[in-house]
Write a new protein. Structure first.
Length: 153
């Protein structure tokens, strides 16, 4: 096995480990007794907290889920008083999903938990390593985006 092949395998393992640890963090925050959210509910709250109100189709795209799945998800979040639906005044076919005050509180809590996690990662590095890490992460993210765009149009 050549050097680039070995490094590619190690990178794949590191990315996989990072994804699993990130999912574990999401699950622990979502399962907090104050939240009691499924992973997808957690992600929907996060998306709405970051991007603001969204129509159902757009929310489904951002979550990479089918619209009917997001409909059930929003039903559950409405029952938990975390989101509300409103029909668009100009186009009654469109339904907007908004966070409620409680939903905003949960989104802020979730964001703070993620930032606390990111701070702990960065604190394990000195300032130079932090800068190098961020430069490399931006570069890798750009390359992943470029690759996915080329591979999947």
């Amino acid at each position: 096995m050549n050097d680039i092949e070995a490094k590619a395998r190690e990178l794949r393992e590191q990315i996989h480990a990072l994804i699993l640890q990130h999912r574990s963090l999401e699950a622990s925050v979502a399962a907090d007794p104050n939240n009691e959210l499924s992973r997808h509910e957690f992600l929907a709250i996060e998306v709405l907290g970051e991007s603001g109100p969204s129509i159902m189709r757009s929310l489904a795209e951002k979550l990479h889920l089918a619209v009917n799945t997001v409909t059930t998800l929003v039903d559950n979040l409405e029952r938990k008083h975390l989101v509300k639906r409103e029909r668009d005044e100009n186009d009654r076919r469109l339904v907007w999903v908004h966070l409620t005050r409680e939903g905003e509180r949960v989104a802020e809590f979730n964001l703070e938990e993620r930032l606390r996690f990111c701070r702990s990662l960065l604190e394990s590095l000195n300032e130079d390593e932090q800068e190098i890490y961020l430069v490399l992460m931006r570069k890798i993210t750009r390359e992943m985006s470029r690759y996915l765009t080329q591979a999947h149009g």
